[in-house]
Design a protein around this ligand. Structure first.
Ligand code: ADE
Length: 256
C-alpha cells in the first residue's frame, strides 16, 4: 500500500513509523509512506499555506491552492488508478473512526491523507477534492497529524502479511465488534495474584468457553452498547441474559 500524507510538518512522521511492526512492513515493501510538505506547493516568497478567514473570526484557514496542487501531483503520478483514490481529510467534523473503517481502508492500494490545521481547511477542499472525512474522537487536537498516525497505524496492521501469524488481528478487541478477553503470561503466581486456573488446565475447549464468556462479560460491563450491534450466538445471548439478571439483582440488593 502506498500512503501519501499532506502536512505542514513532515518531520512529525519520521519517528512513529520507524519501529517494530511498521518498520518491518516498510522494509518488506508492504507499505510505502510518503510525506508531502504542503508548503512545497505554494508559489509566493513566504510559502504561505494559510490565510485569514473570510467573514472574520479567530485563527487561520489552510488555503485551497497548495492542497489541490499537491493532490493533483499525486494523482498524475498514480495514473489511471487515481480515479478511485481515497483522499481523506482528518477533521473533528469527520465520520467517527472505527475498526470497520480501518478494515475498509486496508483494502485499498493507495491512500492520501490531508492533515488539517489551525481553524480548518478551506471548504472547497472538502467539497471538491476530499472523498472522505475522518475524526478520531469528539475532542479537538492542534492538527490532523496525530489523527493521521492513529488511522494509518490501525489500517496498516490489517494489511495481509504485516502482522505475523502470532500477532493475528482476528482476536483484537473490536475485531468482531466486542472487547477482548483478559490475557495472562508467566509467572502463574505474582504477588499473591494467580492466573485463572482454567488457563493452566490445557483443556482447549474449556479455555475457549471461558474466553468467550470473558468477552461477553467485559463488553457488557464496559461497553454494553456494543452488544446491541454484535452478532451473538445462542449461548452468548443466554449469558448476556444471565449476567444482566444477576447485575440487576445485585443493584436491587444494594438499594434495599
Ligand atoms: N484534527 C483535530 N482534532 C481532530 C480529531 N479529533 N480527529 C481528526 N482530526 C482532528
Amino acid at each position: 500500500m502506498r500512503i501519501d500524507i499532506l502536512t505542514l510538518f513532515p518531520p512529525m512522521f519520521e519517528v512513529p513509523f520507524s519501529f517494530g511492526i511498521f518498520q518491518r512492513a516498510v522494509a518488506g515493501g508492504l507499505v510505502s509512506l510518503n510525506t508531502v510538505d504542503i508548503r512545497d506547493y505554494t508559489h509566493d516568497k513566504h510559502h504561505t499555506a494559510d490565510d485569514y478567514p473570510y467573514g472574520g473570526g479567530a485563527g487561520m484557514v489552510l488555503k485551497p491552492e497548495p492542497i489541490f496542487e499537491a493532490v493533483e501531483a499525486i494523482k498524475r503520478d498514480a495514473g489511471p488508478e487515481a480515479d478511485d483514490l481515497p483522499v481523506i481529510l482528518l477533521t473533528p467534523q469527520g465520520r467517527p473512526f472505527s475498526q470497520s473503517i480501518a478494515r475498509e481502508l486496508s483494502g485499498h492500494r493507495h491512500l492520501v491523507f490531508i492533515c488539517g490545521h489551525y481553524e480548518g481547511v478551506d471548504e472547497r477542499v472538502c467539497e471538491h477534492l476530499v472523498t472522505d472525512e475522518i475524526s478520531i474522537g469528539d475532542y479537538v487536537l492542534t492538527g490532523g497529524e496525530l489523527p493521521a498516525m492513529v488511522v494509518i497505524d490501525a489500517v496498516v496492521r490489517l494489511i495481509p502479511g504485516v502482522l505475523g501469524s502470532e500477532e493475528s488481528p482476528q482476536e483484537d478487541s473490536h475485531a468482531d465488534g466486542l472487547l477482548e478477553y483478559p490475557q495472562y503470561t508467566r509467572p502463574a503466581g505474582f504477588r499473591g495474584w494467580t492466573v485463572p486456573e482454567v488457563l493452566l488446565s490445557g483443556n482447549h475447549a474449556r479455555i475457549a468457553k471461558w474466553r468467550r464468556e470473558q468477552i461477553i462479560k467485559r463488553t457488557l460491563e464496559r461497553r454494553p452498547e456494543l452488544l446491541d450491534k454484535a452478532s451473538l450466538g445462542r449461548e452468548d445471548k443466554q449469558l448476556v441474559k444471565r449476567l444482566t439478571t444477576e447485575r440487576s439483582q445485585v443493584n436491587k440488593d444494594r438499594e434495599s
